[in-house]
Write a protein that binds this ligand. Structure first.
Ligand SMILES: Cc1cc2nc3c(=O)[nH]c(=O)nc-3n(C[C@H](O)[C@H](O)[C@H](O)COP(=O)(O)OP(=O)(O)OC[C@H]3O[C@@H](n4cnc5c(N)ncnc54)[C@H](O)[C@@H]3O)c2cc1C
Length: 400
């Protein structure tokens, strides 16, 4: 492995650092730093600022409006955006469906969909999982039956992140059951969420937020032109996409940023008392997670070195997904420990004695800690659960 930054790369790092310091809106930063949930308007505003800079699609080729950056530049950018604690572009459009469209889609699809994804005018969601078809995705049952120049869709997608805010959904659907392997006969289609017969129902997650949904399709008619690539080849396209999703989930730079904030929090003292950082047991836990994070960083750099010489990310991305999500969850747990009972959600009506923020003893503003802790239980499930990633490593990396 050989990774060291050139002069140009170091200059680029400075440019990115300046950009985030100057252009990331202060009000969104405050929300983000406190762990609050950002609104759609927040995301769109920030994404349009990145678009204006030409940095909306760091992974796209320049011919479609991407940056055309090298893997090293993308790595530097990811580190800097995490360092500023600014949100990434939402993945569903720019990182997930767009690469499938520009790689396998028709010229008409590229012209129609890519500019609006780039400019954050149109939001997408991902329709893969179904009730009963999550880990065993090839068992999916949602049908797309050909009727002249249309497909008629029937079935249900579940756990669909942000479907209630999305304008379009990309789905894996079954176009044929007359196949030798279940992975055949699956196709990749694009559906306007406003099409008659599409219904979105909320799933409220453990922390009380609406992030995921069930999406029902009842006799939904879409034009055959909304098929991406060849009919029956959706599984191949979908797999390419999942490998990218897993590499993204590693979140090394974000975890490094969290670790820094955790250390700052643990070093605080309350009313002259001892700092948590001086507690040897807590210090040992921080050291353990820091060592794991360093190891993950080097694993990611090894993957990056391979990508830099032209190799596509392979099943090794499963290792990044497992370790990355475990570290994120360990950091969440340590934040909970550092915040103590102040991490409990503050719901004024439910307190017998209501005491205002400035009269409380100890740290304030910790209530998002527990929300983030509970919300992030998802990290070891989505993008393919960690158990499934272990199966992939056993089979494709270790050859067992
Ligand atoms: C917050 C959140 C957001 C999501 N967003 C989306 C989205 O936007 N779009 C989308 O399509 N999907 C999304 N998903 C779905 C996600 O991809 C699935 O939840 C995941 O693939 C697991 O499937 P499942 O929930 O059906 O669990 P199951 O497959 O039923 O698994 C249940 C348990 O059994 C284990 N298990 C299953 N099979 C095996 C095996 N062969 N060997 C060992 N262990 C096994 C699993 O690891 C898990 O612990 C999201 C999920 C969550 C939690």
């Amino acid at each position: 492995m050989h990774i060291s930054f050139t002069k140009e790369e170091r200059e680029f790092q400075q440019e990115a650092r300046r950009f985030f310091a100057e252009k990331f809106p202060e009000d969104i930063k405050r929300k983000q730093d406190s762990g609050a949930v950002l609104s759609k308007e927040d995301y769109v505003r920030w994404q349009k600022i990145m678009y204006a800079k030409g940095w909306a699609a760091i992974n796209w080729p320049t011919e479609y409006g991407g940056t055309g950056w090298t893997p090293i530049q993308m790595y530097i950018f990811s580190n800097e955006i995490a360092r500023a604690n600014a949100p990434d572009m939402l993945p569903f459009g720019v990182k997930m469906v767009a690469p499938i469209i520009y790689t396998f889609g028709s010229e008409e699809q590229k012209a129609r969909f890519l500019p609006d994804i780039l400019e954050s005018n149109v939001w997408w969601c991902q329709g893969y999982s179904e009730p009963g078809s999550g880990s065993d995705l090839a068992s999916l049952k949602m049908r797309a039956d050909r009727d002249g120049d249309s497909y008629i869709l029937n079935g249900t997608k579940t756990w669909t992140t942000l479907a209630h805010m999305a304008d379009w959904i990309f789905c894996l659907v079954r176009t044929s059951t007359d196949v030798a392997r279940r992975q055949e006969g699956i196709s990749f289609v694009l559906v306007d969420m406003q099409t008659p017969g599409v219904t979105v129902r909320p799933i409220i997650t453990i922390e009380g937020e609406r992030e995921v949904n069930e999406v029902h399709f009842e006799d939904v008619r879409i034009p055959v032109n909304n098929l991406v690539g060849e009919e029956g080849k959706g599984w191949t396209y979908g797999k390419v996409l999942l490998q990218h999703e897993r590499t993204n989930i590693a979140g090394v730079a974000r975890s490094q940023n969290s670790l820094k904030r955790l250390k700052e929090k643990a070093a605080q003292t309350i009313h002259g008392g001892p700092a948590l950082a001086d507690d040897q047991n807590f210090a040992r836990k921080i050291a353990a997670v820091e060592i794991d994070l360093k190891a993950l960083e080097y694993t990611q750099l090894r993957t990056l070195a391979a990508v830099a010489v032209g190799k596509a990310p392979g099943p090794e991305s499963s290792i990044l997904k497992i370790c990355g999500s475990e570290i994120q969850q360990e950091l969440d747990a340590l934040f909970m420990e550092a915040a103590g009972y102040f991490a409990l959600p503050y719901v004024p009506d439910q307190y017998v004695i209501d005491f205002p923020e400035d009269e409380r003893i100890g740290h304030g503003g910790e209530t998002n800690t527990s929300l983030r802790y509970f919300n992030n239980r998802k990290a070891s499930i989505y993008g393919g659960s960690n158990e499934i990633q272990k199966n992939i490593i056993a089979k494709h990396v270790l050859g067992l």
